[in-house]
Design a protein around this ligand. Structure first.
Ligand code: MIC
Ligand code: SF4
Length: 643
């Protein structure tokens, strides 16, 4: 019998399917081979894993990276690191020490395996798609379940082929390609899709370039993005001393897709995302000459050797403009070691760049906030308002080439005017795994190892079963495209990630600093807090704190025009009902402070998901469409309460 032609997504999912049938069901469960966590989401993931009472991790490989909270002002970050190290030792997890690099770059270099699945407690986990993995970002508790051997559930994906043709011109790179895709598909409306890159142009892109594209695919709101695993992948793995990890995974001839979009690489021009959304894409040409105050290069999107070496080639023998500050954060020690060896580091120093730690740093607003009203060009993947730490700053997302060319004049410049040579993929990367601890005990753990818990590590709160009826109040009303950075700010607040009561004080801080206090007053009166929001609520990061902390404050439901995938899953995991307005115009009938009668909410969740709400200006209907699994979770107060 002739086998049906399959695309890359189908091939990988077919070998990992454990629940459901993609032909029939709206949701499927897949086995997870590898997991990754970073420190900002990891502490909570491991606290939850611990509370499941499992003795050691059960998936093939679990890696715990420390890269987000490395500023260490006060004891909190260091306490978290100690806790994470002790968890890794006890439960059989590989631990990547602070200073080793950024999780996604490191995982690509040292662990990512074509044809496998990777689940990470960070929304940019799809970076692994660059090496042919189905790599998905999720909330920490989903990672905890996967480490305990449980399945991960995704909406049965629709697969869009992004067909690459031709070859990029000099001075144009992967960042411009993903910005082109974002220009076409935007940051909303892509829930449930997987973007698979295919076509003859794929072979012209090296693995780090592919990873830049899949990394920033997160901004589309898709489940993930993936490239085939081909000769280029084989060469990359061999150069990393991992030839044995290679598996060829390419789409069969005649493979089918639900949709197709063609990108002619030779026609792509330098692109940028203008403030304050990665989907706000314009050409660099249209902003040429704009004065720039700050340029930051690196982060998990563009921090490979190829990227930073390219910047060095632009800056060789030159100096950055006087009134622009330039900072560079490399993705890993491997990258820095290579730059040190080939002279790039000296070039960058002489050119007046500030070499930053190889960590998330500026990307998450942990430092390097620009001056008031600044124009900041950055190679990272998000430019949400205020994420840089400066609310009035205008952050543009650009390629390393555009960043470097602009650094020389202090104005937005076209990198294609004086392009540099293309950096070739190295034949051999210098491998040094010495900052990955507990590799020898991975999967087993060290007998007798004890957990180390500083005062910043607080117990995880559990949800309560959903009541039959609720008397509620609209605790806040927000607009469209509210990101998790609005709901649960990072930056200076990040250090409270393992301390929910403390972190909860900052829920919605940028929108309404009194939100926390109001919620507690309502909760004290026995009222359920309800969040009312517009389109694309919860876009951005995978941080489950954006659901966990509201749960702690007594939020029981969200009424939005639409809700983004990861955040919706996090709400369900913490027992908050993710409702959407049946008629989006009813959004206008609710104001902050309105009493909302949620009579029959439990029956609605048990039944068809439709709830009639009595508000201050009449009744309206909200609905939620839940799988049986999700329904069960919400009814008992969330995933942790269900165990
Ligand atoms: C981000 O880019 O916003 C983060 C910080 O990496 C988050 C994770 C987090 O909030 O800890 C993400 O993208 O998931
Ligand atoms: Fe870190 Fe930024 Fe990447 Fe998030 S997007 S993982 S904060 S570098």
């Amino acid at each position: 019998m002739k086998k049906q032609a399959m695309n890359v997504v189908e091939k990988i999912l077919a070998t990992h399917l454990v629940e459901g049938d993609p032909k029939r069901d709206a949701e499927i469960g897949i086995r997870i081979d590898q997991t990754l966590t970073q420190d900002a989401t990891g502490t909570m993931a491991y606290l939850q894993f611990e509370s499941m009472g499992v003795k050691r991790v059960k998936n093939d490989l679990a890696v715990s990276y420390v890269d987000h909270n490395t500023v260490q002002i006060g004891f909190e970050n260091a306490d978290d690191h100690d806790f994470l190290q002790s968890v890794a030792k006890k439960f059989g997890i590989v631990y990547s020490k602070a200073g080793n690099g950024i999780c996604h770059q490191l995982h690509l270099e040292r662990f990512g395996k074509p044809g496998t699945t990777l689940l990470g407690s960070d929304s940019h986990t799809p970076t692994g798609g660059g090496i042919g993995q189905i790599a998905i970002g999720a909330g920490g508790i989903d990672i905890a379940v996967a480490m305990a051997g449980g399945a991960f559930h995704i909406p049965t994906p629709k697969v869009r082929a992004i067909v690459l043709k031709g070859k990029l011109r000099k001075g144009v790179s992967a960042k411009d390609v993903i910005l082109k895709v974002l220009e076409k598909f935007g940051t909303k409306g892509n829930v449930g899709w997987i973007f698979e890159y295919t076509g003859p142009g794929v072979a012209t892109l090296d693995v780090p370039s592919r990873a830049t594209i899949t990394n920033m695919g997160a901004e589309l709101g898709v489940t993930t993005s993936v490239f085939p695993s081909d000769a280029v992948t084989r060469q990359f793995l061999a150069a990393q001393g991992r030839a044995k990890d290679f598996a060829k995974i390419v789409a069969d001839r005649g493979a089918k897709y639900d949709d197709e979009f063609v990108v002619d690489l030779s026609k792509v021009e330098p692109m940028m995302a203008a403030p304050h959304s990665p989907g706000n894409v314009v050409t660099v040409r249209s902003k040429q000459g704009t004065k720039v105050n700050q340029i930051l290069i690196g982060s998990c999107t563009n921090s490979s050797y190829r990227d930073i070496r390219t910047v060095a080639l632009y800056l060789k023998g030159k100096h950055v403009a006087d009134d622009v500050e330039v900072g560079i954060a490399c993705g890993s020690r491997q990258v820095i070691n290579m730059l040190a060896k080939d002279g790039s580091l000296a070039i960058l120093h002489s050119a007046g760049c500030r070499m930053l730690e190889n960590a998330c740093g500026f990307c998450i607003g942990a430092h390097m906030s620009p001056r008031t009203g600044a124009v900041s060009l950055r190679t990272n993947n998000r430019n949400f308002e205020g994420r840089s730490g400066t609310k009035s700053a205008q952050v543009y997302l650009v390629s390393p080439e555009t960043a470097a060319a602009s650094a020389l004049t202090g104005k937005v410049e076209l990198p294609t005017r004086k392009p540099v040579a293309t950096v070739q993929s190295p034949k051999k990367f210098p491998v040094d795994d010495s900052m990955f601890l507990y590799r020898a005990t991975a999967g087993r753990g060290v007998p007798g190892a004890k957990l180390v818990r500083g005062p910043n590590i607080a117990p995880v709160p559990k949800g309560e079963p959903l009541a039959r009826d609720l008397k509620g109040v609209c605790a806040i009303k927000v607009g469209d495209k509210i990101t998790t950075d609005h709901i649960m700010p990072a930056g200076a607040r990040l250090k409270f990630r393992s301390n929910v009561p403390e972190y909860a004080k900052f829920v919605f801080e940028p929108c309404d600093p009194k939100f926390h206090d109001k919620c507690l007053v309502n909760k004290g009166k026995g009222l359920a807090n309800v969040i009312v929001a517009g389109e694309s609520y919860g876009q951005g990061s995978s941080r489950e704190h954006a659901a966990l902390c509201p749960m702690y404050l007594g939020v029981k439901a969200v009424f939005a025009k639409s809700i983004e995938r990861i955040h919706r899953a996090n709400l369900v995991n913490f027992g908050i009902v993710p409702f959407v307005f049946e008629n989006p115009r009813d959004y206008d009938r609710v104001s902050a402070g309105d009493a909302l009668d949620l009579k029959g909410i439990r029956a609605a969740v048990e039944g068809d998901g439709v709830l009639t709400v009595k508000g201050a200006r009449g009744t309206f209907r909200v609905k939620t469409s839940l799988s049986d699994r999700e329904r069960r979770l919400i009814l008992c107060g969330g995933l942790l309460a269900s165990l």
